[in-house]
Design a protein around this ligand. Sequence first.
Ligand SMILES: C[S@@+](CC[C@H](N)C(=O)[O-])C[C@H]1O[C@@H](n2cnc3c(N)ncnc32)[C@H](O)[C@@H]1O
Length: 378
Amino acid sequence: MRGIESHAVLPDANADEAARENFCRDLSIRLEAGLRPRLRRIYEEQVGPDLRKSGKEPGFREIAKAMRHVPLNKYWYRIRTDNQDRMYRVTGDLIDRQLETLAAKARATPKNLGSLTIDPAFKMPAYLTEIDIHRKPGGYHTEYIEDDVASGAQYERTISVHNMGSQGPRNDDPGHSIADWIKQKFPALKPKRILDLGCTIGNNTLPYAQAFPDSEVHGIDCSAPCLRYAHARANALGVDVHFHQMSAEKTSFPDGHFDLVVSRILLHETSRAAIPNIFRECYRLLAPGGVMLHCDAPQFDEFDAYQASLRDWDANCNNEPFMLTVYTLPLEEMYADAGFDRSKTFRDYAPSRFFRAHNTDPNATRSGGRYFFTGAAK
Ligand SMILES: C[S@@+](CC[C@H](N)C(=O)[O-])C[C@H]1O[C@@H](n2cnc3c(N)ncnc32)[C@H](O)[C@@H]1O
């Protein structure tokens, strides 16, 4: 596992702050690699057989409900929840200490590459404002000072802790790994324009600009502080990307403007009503022959009911209310409803580039060393 790689706008962590971040990350590794396998054994040896006495195979909701009574699982939920809050306290403290400095650093970064368009009339969707997603105080969007970049800066530090360092020092491994997959599966695709929906700080947008250097790459998000940080960060890293404050449900780009539209862990953070709007918008935005790809955690039909039941913590303790619904949606059917040809839909896993290079223990990663996605060609 490696730490985060520095660049001109990355918030600093002093030795104490770095130690606190490392504590959160190491505790997460312990919870995933150390305790999760023991919980599975308890399910297989005790809870599962008890549930099957009814004569029926238990579903993920029943399993989650039964597992909530298991003492070791209660402990896991409590420690995991505390660690999530601790992670936001630790990264929040270091951001608060340099709030003005970070905005000044982002302002001062030379902006020769790409562009930033913030919409002063933008209306945040209720699903982003009604709860503190992931228990992060203020969610993605709250702004504290003029030209604020705090949420973006905090996102960069927290994902490194949250992903336990397994997505590389720039947290861009999903983008690189999926771009590799696209190049392999669609060798004729030479995208003139690429759009990343829900790009946050562009960590997984920049890899597309690097993989397709002749493309014009755009990233959209609802969060102004994340987009300001993304634009400064992309310039600090020398990558040309255009960032816009827009909703993926309805953008202002013309019809057929893009050859590749991607998202990474966007869908589960929206809502049941937003999802069909996003798929219809993807269809409208794609040129004929273009490709849409949404990378998120695996749909529940990808694995067994016990594994699906593990999302109970995210949904009920980590303010991810839409999670249990989104992972049971018939996405391929919904792509067809949005206009895509059902025979051109796909789902697969992209092997992690970082994982292959560093031989990481799959149990100590959240992704298991590969990234699931679904999509469709137009
Ligand atoms: C988990 S983050 C995505 C992270 C990023 N793509 C990555 O790979 O690390 C989800 C992002 O989606 C954004 N988002 C949620 N709903 C959106 C919408 N309707 N349109 C655009 N962005 C949205 C949020 O503001 C947030 O920045």
